[in-house]
Design a protein around this ligand. Structure first.
Ligand SMILES: NC(=O)c1ccc[n+]([C@@H]2O[C@H](COP(=O)([O-])OP(=O)(O)OC[C@H]3O[C@@H](n4cnc5c(N)ncnc54)[C@H](O)[C@@H]3O)[C@@H](O)[C@H]2O)c1
Ligand SMILES: C[N+](C)(C)CC=O
Length: 506
């Protein structure tokens, strides 16, 4: 097992330096795999949000914007590539911190940190490309006017993020915001902030201009809400639960502040009877709902099986699930760590007991693994005999719990897949690719996977429909979130416009 590092004691990262929270409060950091307190993080309040927003505003307009917001994209890209390089240098340390903070398996944390570095590099590339896109002419049907477009940073942005992929979810917002020339206040989740604070240390090391990125940790109502309602924050980008998303939208609406919301999901995975390789499909079904302990917004937690393969599929799914290594997430080969907190553990257990009391069958799992006495561990859980009115079918669990329904026809499968208030993702597994393409068109979600579940690509748009939110992150769509489009139109004729009668002719 990897050695446990010293947890750095950090303050709030504001204006390029560290400061203690104004009220001096701190929040304990608990390793969910051991239940030990391993450190603490600052608990910011509205007073600190004021300072962070002021620092971000100053950085936005300093020197007429020449040091950041109006600098070339190429100049900003240099800083972003330097951040990516530092993340790569520190990958083992950051991954270890994230594992200790969140309970996710070490191998997953390493992959996440690789994605973080790749995301900064990708948006550095888009920042550079932005320079060539300025002054793009607009084709007009007349000669006397000429128009072009400027893409400008929206301003100071508030970035509020969840705990399931702590540094990666923050990076999906920080990287495009910086590429666009915005300055930002980041508020990660109080349940897992350690690596986001280390991002502050990295910004300091590479000499990012002060105030461009400010990082304040703390509880949602104390540190997140004042960002959402702040009159000098020009946009809010939020990832988290649908309930908090509604609050943020309400607060932002008071100032007609734009928001982008990446919320929860209850995504389906449809598996047809024509699959030649059942085990290949079983592995995707497991990855779709058990990776990161099922604490994934896009988890394909509703499994739809064609009746002809349902029994055989479930037999194999149970065999594969038995084979998952559940252990301290730092152990070699761990594939299921602990969930993030005691609260999340209790919530998941309650979902399982309600499913049982509503008539569901716990086909496998449902409990704490017998070999793990401490830590917030839950077995991979498979629930059958599910009806569409049951809570387990309708609500997001955010844990390693999959519920199963059987279908007979393609149209029934689609109807079941779309039977949800959410619309983040969906998947279909079949050897008939025409059928897959057909289903991809009719699933009502922002993302559809064919013959797989969960691949996440920095180049491709990410986001949901319905109560899963709106707006798209990643790819060029992610950059547009932080840009405002300005039309510039000039009159180019030597003649007067000629609408009013000239006084000389009266
Ligand atoms: N769509 C996506 O891409 C995506 C990705 C990851 C997670 N998620 C969703 O996130 C949820 C899990 O994350 P969570 O439990 O951290 O969500 P959460 O809504 O509890 O918290 C998210 C963030 O909002 C802050 N917050 C809480 N109350 C607030 C308030 N009143 N005002 C402002 N900020 C406030 C929290 O401190 C945290 O930083 C799940 O529903 C999951 O589906 C979605
Ligand atoms: C997109 N992903 C899976 C990294 C994070 C969603 O929870």
């Amino acid at each position: 097992m990897a050695a446990r590092p010293e947890i750095p004691r950090r303050g709030l990262f504001i204006g390029g330096g560290w400061r203690e929270p104004t009220l001096g409060r701190r929040i304990p950091v608990i390793n969910p795999a051991t239940e030990d307190t391993i450190g603490d993080i600052p608990a910011a309040t509205a007073e600190d949000v004021e300072l962070a927003v002021a620092a971000a505003r100053d950085a936005f307009s300093r020197d007429g914007g020449s040091s950041w917001s109006r600098a070339s994209g190429a100049a900003r890209a240099k800083y972003m590539n330097a951040i990516a390089a530092k993340i790569k240098d520190k990958i083992s340390f950051l991954a270890l911190l994230e594992t200790l903070d969140s309970g996710k398996p070490k191998d997953e944390a390493i992959a996440d940190m690789e994605d973080v570095a790749a995301c900064f590099e990708y948006y550095a590339g888009l920042a550079e490309a932005l320079d060539a896109k300025q002054h793009a002419p607009i084709s007009l049907p007349m000669e006397n006017f000429k128009s072009y477009v400027l893409k400008e940073p929206i301003g100071v942005v508030g970035l509020i993020t969840p705990w399931n992929y702590p540094l990666l979810m923050a990076t999906w917002k920080v990287a495009p915001a910086l590429a666009a020339g915005c300055t930002a206040v980041l508020k990660p989740s109080e349940l897992a902030s350690l690596t986001c604070l280390e991002l502050g240390a990295i910004c300091e090391e590479i000499g990012l201009p002060s105030g461009v990125l400010n990082i304040i940790t703390g509880m949602g109502p104390d540190a997140g809400a004042p960002i959402a309602s702040h009159p000098h924050v020009d946009k809010i980008a939020f990832t988290g639960s649908t309930e908090t998303g509604k609050r943020i939208m309400t607060a932002a609406a008071q100032m007609v502040k734009p928001v982008s919301l990446e919320l929860g999901g209850k995504s389906p995975l449809i598996i047809f009877d024509d699959v030649a390789d059942i085990d290949k499909a079983v592995e995707w079904a497991m990855f779709g709902c058990f990776v990161n302990g099922g604490q994934v917004c896009s988890a394909t937690s509703r499994l739809l099986l064609h009746e002809k393969i349902a029994e055989r599929f479930l037999d194999r799914l149970v065999e594969w699930a038995k084979n998952i290594k559940i252990s301290d997430p730092l152990e070699e080969g761990c594939r299921l760590g602990s969930v993030v907190s005691e609260g999340q553990y209790e919530k998941i257990k309650k979902f399982i007991s309600t499913a049982r009391s509503e008539g569901g069958t716990i086909l496998y799992g449902g409990d704490r693994p017998k070999h793990l006495r401490r830590g917030f561990f839950i077995e991979p859980t498979i629930i059958t005999d599910v009806s569409t009115s049951m809570q387990i079918w309708r609500e997001e669990v955010f844990g390693p719990v999959i519920c199963v329904k059987v279908f007979r026809t393609e149209s029934e499968a689609v109807e079941l897949a779309n039977d949800t208030h959410y619309g983040l993702a969906g998947g279909v597994i079949s050897d008939d690719l025409e059928r897959c393409e057909r289903i991809a068109k009719v699933i009502n979600s922002g993302i559809v996977w064919i013959n797989c579940s969960q691949p996440t690509l920095v180049q491709a748009p990410w986001g949901g429909n319905k109560r899963s939110g709106f707006g798209r992150e990643l790819g060029e769509w992610g950059l547009e979130n932080y840009l405002s489009v300005k039309q510039v139109t000039k009159y180019c004729s030597d003649e007067k416009y000629g609408w009013y009668l000239s006084p000389s002719k009266l």
